[in-house]
Design a binder for this molecule. Structure first.
Ligand SMILES: NC(=O)c1ccc[n+]([C@@H]2O[C@H](COP(=O)([O-])OP(=O)(O)OC[C@H]3O[C@@H](n4cnc5c(N)ncnc54)[C@H](OP(=O)(O)O)[C@@H]3O)[C@@H](O)[C@H]2O)c1
Length: 286
């Protein structure tokens, strides 16, 4: 049985991935309590102990607004520590699967266009900058897959869908940004993509890994309320209006629509975001 060293095994993505992979692989999961990825020696020691076929890094500092104020910590976890993991992968000849983000792009591309993997990165937020450093470090592993995902939600963690459902309990109306475009992605879809990458072992490199189709946060919210039968009214606001209302919020790309052509060219076809959302809500609302 192939061995997997799963880092960040109690996060929203890592938790679901661990449960799924345990059916097919010999998985050793670590959490911040058992392994701080900023500790280079400890990461290498753990990798030498496991001798994994794969190292999967789901750990990160994921609070986008928090990264603006805690830049050093975000940079250490999302950026610098990834080199520790890449070095450990190299030392043990393991393949590295690292999760990154659509926020590595500046979002200035026309909204009728999509970002391919080889297009220039230029993050506008502290989170995006630190994750881009993480990508550069992940690539040092040599044998690596960088999976850029976006707008992630899942059962085991805080996320946008849960926040919207919670707000609907005590709000007649809410304001949601209507000029940022991207792909909501369920952790279930991302787990499926990861498993297929492990099975197919395509060429190493970067793969855009989201659900299929694009929307805005505003239309995403309207869909959540439609599927969950909520009557809360959703008001569209621009990014600029939202920033005036929430001055501490981080800038975010207006267009982070990722092309899935490369993923599809290796036979991995993610489901539509609306279908993935419906599947998730069925479980979440049980
Ligand atoms: N969530 C999104 O919308 C989104 C969008 C695009 C990309 N991504 C990427 O997808 C991946 C998974 O995200 P997620 O939402 O599942 O994240 P998550 O739920 O926040 O999980 C991340 C885990 O990493 C742990 N961690 C933080 N610092 C660590 C350290 N120094 N050493 C070891 N573990 C540490 C966290 O522990 P604590 O909870 O104790 O801090 C947490 O358990 C990340 O790479 C993220 O950047 C997420």
């Amino acid at each position: 049985m192939k061995k997997v060293f799963l880092i960040g095994a109690d996060g929203m993505l890592g938790g679901e991935l661990k449960e799924r992979l345990e059916k097919k692989y010999d998985v050793t999961g670590t959490t911040i309590e058992t392994l701080d990825i900023c500790d280079k020696e400890a990461v290498l020691r753990k990798a030498n102990e496991i001798k994994p076929d794969y190292i999967i890094n789901c750990a990160a500092y994921t609070n986008v607004d928090g990264c603006e104020v805690n830049y050093d910590l975000a940079n250490r976890v999302n950026g610098l520590a990834v080199e520790n993991i890449a070095d450990a992968a190299k030392a043990t000849d393991a393949k590295l699967i690292h999760i990154s983000t659509d926020y590595v792009f500046d979002g200035k591309l026309d909204v009728d266009k999509v970002y391919t993997e080889n297009m220039e990165t230029a993050p506008v937020s502290a989170y995006g900058k630190t994750k881009l450093l993480g990508e550069q470090n992940a690539a040092k592993a040599g044998k690596y897959y960088i999976l850029r995902t976006a707008w992630l939600y899942g059962l085991g963690g805080k996320n946008f869908v849960k926040t919207m459902l919670k707000l609907s309990e005590n709000h007649d109306s809410i304001n949601v940004v209507c000029d940022q475009h991207g792909s909501p992605t369920s952790t279930t879809t991302l787990c499926e993509i990861i498993e297929q990458v492990m099975e197919k072992e395509p060429e190493y490199g970067v793969y855009h890994s989201t659900n299929e189709g694009f929307t805005t946060w505003y239309d995403f919210t309207k869909k959540i309320y439609e599927l969950a039968n909520k009557s809360t009214v959703v008001n569209p606001v621009t990014s600029e209006q939202y920033k005036e209302m929430n001055p501490a919020s981080s800038d975010r790309p207006k267009n982070s629509q990722l092309s899935k052509q490369k993923l599809e060219s290796i036979g991995i076809v993610p489901s539509k975001w609306e279908d993935a959302l419906a599947n998730y809500l069925e479980k979440e609302l049980q």
